[in-house]
Design a protein around this ligand. Structure first.
Ligand SMILES: [Zn+2]
Length: 80
């Protein structure tokens, strides 16, 4: 494999692999369980970041709801 991958992303289930990352309003999937949310500073504004964990593969996701940034959205944080 010549593609560079993040080690945390090697064991995504099919549903997680299908999530479009770093794109605002991209949908998650049905097996993501919400684990709470927090506020984070983004320059002059505050955004809400929601933490999810996949019940199938244990991948931890953050979803950033940032109206100022089209490239905010889903990102893989790691595994449980
Ligand atoms: Zn998964």
């Amino acid at each position: 494999m010549t593609q560079t991958t993040n080690p945390a992303e090697e064991h995504l289930c099919d549903a997680c692999a299908g999530i479009q990352r770093n794109w605002r309003k991209a949908p998650g999937h049905a097996e993501l369980m919400q684990r709470g949310n927090r506020k984070e500073e983004r320059g002059s504004s505050t955004v809400t970041v929601t933490r999810y964990v996949c019940e199938r593969c244990g991948t931890v996701w953050d979803y950033e709801n940032n109206k100022q940034n089209q490239k905010a959205g889903w990102s893989v944080i790691g595994r449980v």
